[in-house]
Design a protein around this ligand. Structure first.
Ligand SMILES: [Zn+2]
Ligand SMILES: [Zn+2]
Length: 238
């Protein structure tokens, strides 16, 4: 599998950046995970968006789904209906827009759900965030990848991502800014999760432009050496 990091910022982009969006290329399958602001144009630079097999949304916050209503115009123009897998959140205006659009086939998912699309198997994982949110674990050809979406600490995360070869994790906060009631992990806590779960490589993402990446990387590597910071435009083999 190849994972294209299209957007790695949150909750807002840095200059020239984009918020959450990751394109997974697997045999006969193209899966888009989240589609925040600036992601649709980056996706279009790689492939026609209507060629996606499906779109997966970790939750409906704008930094993960802002480009979805714009994608709607493209799908309508191409007469394509795209499956969208996402948690139930009727309070979200974006959720209601996608539910009622004919070009989207919305399939509500919850933690524990298992899906198969072509050669790819996906398990929906839990997340702790102020709105309904999930993560994903993706298996294909003997490899596997975890994506936490947005989450703070949750006991089930260790089992959900146990033995993952690559974990793309929300690690927004430096240790000094994290607190129990915040909506995200710190880079240090993401590294602790990776260590406890026996993850191979940890990739810290959902980068807030106000926090220096060097601090996040240093704090995470103190706990899990095999850690890197996500860079938009990067392609990871997994
Ligand atoms: Zn976010
Ligand atoms: Zn969020």
């Amino acid at each position: 599998m190849k994972l294209h990091l299209l957007g790695v910022n949150g909750p807002f982009p840095g200059s020239g950046g984009a918020t959450s969006g990751y394109l997974l290329e697997a045999p006969n399958t193209l899966l888009q995970f989240d589609m925040g602001s600036g992601v649709l144009s980056r996706l279009t630079a790689l492939t026609a968006p209507e060629s996606l097999t499906a779109l997966f949304l970790s939750h409906w916050h704008f930094d993960h789904a802002a480009d979805v209503p714009v994608l709607m115009y493209r799908l309508e123009a191409m007469s394509r209906v795209l499956p969208v897998y996402a948690p139930d959140d009727p309070d979200s205006a974006l959720f209601r827009t996608v539910s009622s659009a004919a070009c989207f086939d919305l399939k509500v998912v919850k933690p524990g759900d298992r899906l198969t699309l072509s050669d790819v198997r996906i398990t929906v994982t839990a997340a702790r965030h102020p709105v309904p949110a999930v993560g994903f674990r993706i298996f294909c050809g003997g490899k596997d990848l975890g994506y936490t979406g947005d989450t703070n600490t949750l006991p089930s995360l260790v089992e959900d991502y146990r033995g993952c070869s690559l974990l793309l994790a929300d690690g927004l906060f430096p240790a000094s800014a994290w607190a129990e009631g915040k909506p995200h992990l710190s880079a240090e806590l993401a590294a602790r999760l990776a260590e406890e779960a026996g993850v191979g490589q940890l990739v810290i993402t959902h980068l807030n432009p106000v926090f220096p990446c060097e601090t996040l990387l240093r704090e995470a590597r103190n706990i899990h050496q095999n850690t890197r910071i996500a860079h938009a435009g990067e392609v990871l083999e997994c």
